[in-house]
Design a protein around this ligand. Sequence first.
Ligand SMILES: *Cc1c(COP(=O)(O)O)cnc(C)c1O
Length: 498
Amino acid sequence: MESPELTGAPPVEPPIFEKSRPGHRGAEVPAAGVETPPVAELLSGAALRAAPPALPELAEPQVVRHYTRLSHLNHAIDLGIYPLGSCTMKYNPKVNDELAALPGFAALHPYQNPSEVQGALELMWELERSLCAVTGMHRATLQPSAGAHGELVGILMIQAYHRDHGGENRDTVIVPDSAHGTNLATATMAGYRVRELPSSGRGLIDPGALQAALTERTAALMLTNPNTLGLFEEDIIEISRLTHEAGALIYYDGANLNAIMGKARPGDMGMDVVHMNLHKTFSTPHGGGGPGSGPVAVGGTLEAYLPLPLVDRRDDPGAGPYFYLECDRPRSVGRVKGFYGNVGVLVRAYAYILRMGGEGLRRASEDAVLNANYLRARLCDLYEVPFDRMCMHEFVASAARQKQETGVTARDIAKRLLDHGVHAPTIYFPLIVPEAMMIEPTESEDLASLDRFADLLRDIDREARREPAMVTEAPHTTPVRRPDETRAARQPMLRWRS
Ligand SMILES: *Cc1c(COP(=O)(O)O)cnc(C)c1O
C-alpha cells in the first residue's frame, strides 16, 4: 500500500480494494418483479458511465471485519485519555448522542415550515439563552460550524460596528503571542493587519504593553482566556478598560470554556464578543473533522450585527409561544451558514446543559482545573513547567531538560506515549515555550487514569536516561511508526491506486 519509507511496521490491514474477490457479494437482492426502463433512457450523454466503477467485491462479514479492524487502529477517547492541550478532547456522555439521533430531531428537513419544527426551534431558542447565561452575554448566533468560523463571524461583526461608528481607519487587530493560531488567521482573513503582543514574564498580557500597542488604528484585541499557557488573565478588567478607552472592541476566544463556566463570565469581564466550541465544552465528540458548532455570543454593542436568521419567540394571546426565524435585521452581517447550523450538535449541547444544570457545569470546571493541577503537581519535579503556579484546565510543561540531558525531545516523548495506548499531548505549542507539551486532562478523567498518565511520563523520563533509543525510535507498536510528516502533508496519498 504505502511506500516502505512511510511505514516502519507492516500494514496490519490492507486496503479494501486489495481484499476484493471477483464475484463476492454483500447481499443478493431478489429481482424486483417490475419492468424498469434501461438506464440509458433515464440518463444520457456525459452522465452515463462507459464502464461500471471498479468497486471492491466482498461478502458482508469481510466488509464488517475490515472496517472494525480499521476502527481499532486509531486512538479514540473511548479507549483512553486524550490529553490534547487547547482542544478539550473530553469524553462525552453517550446519552446525548442518542438524544440527537431521535427521529424528531434527526429526521427533520431544513426546508420544513417553521410551524412544523417548533420543537427544534424552541430548543435553539433555549440553548441560545443558556449559552448567554453561561457567558454573561445578551444574544448569540448558533450558526457557525466551528470555532474558527465563529471567530470570523465575530470579527466581521466588529468590522461592521466600526464601519457604522466612523472607525473605517481601524485596520489592526492585536493578538497576544499566547493566542490560539486561529485568532491570527481570522484577523488576517478579515483583512486586518495583526499586531502581536508579547506576553509578560508571567505568561500574561501586560497592561502597560497593551496600552503602548493600542492606537486609533486598533479595531480589536483578540484574546484567549484562559490563555494557551492555561493561565487566567489576571488583569482582564484593566485590559478591557484600556481597550475600550482606545475605541477598540474585545474578542474573547472561549473555545475551551471548561475552566470558567459557572465560575466567571466573559460578559462580566467586559468582553464584546465570545465564541464557544460546543464540540469541545458542550458534549459533542470532537475530532475527525466535524460536524462542529461555534456559537458566537455578543454584548449589547454588537447585537444588531448578529447573522441572520435568529430564532425568536412570540407569545400570541391564547395561542401559547410560537418560535420563528427573524430575518428583518438591517444591520446584520448576513447569513454565515446554510439553514440552521449543525442542529445535531445543538441538541447534544442542550441535553448536556439541561442534565448538568448550573451546579453541574460549575463542578465540571472545578474538576477540569483540579485534574490539570494534579497532573502539574505530579510532573513538575521531572519536567520543567515554565509558569509553575495554579493553572486552569491545562498547563504547559517542557521537555527542555530531557532534551539537554538525554537528547530526547518532546516529539520523542509524545511518540513513546503512543506505544502505551495513550494519545500524545499537544507539542511545540504554544511557540513561546521550547519543547512545549501542553496537557489538558479534562474533567472526565478519574484519578486512576490521571495517575496512569503521570506514571507513564515519569517512566519515559527514566527510560530517556537509561535507554534513550527506546524513546527516540518510538513508537514501536503502532501500525504506522514515524511518517515523514512534511511529505505526508505536501504529497498526501488520498486514493488507492492498483
Ligand atoms: C479549538 C480552538 C479554536 C478553533 O476551533 P475549531 O472548531 O477547531 O475551528 C479556537 N481557539 C481555541 C482556543 C481553541 O482551542
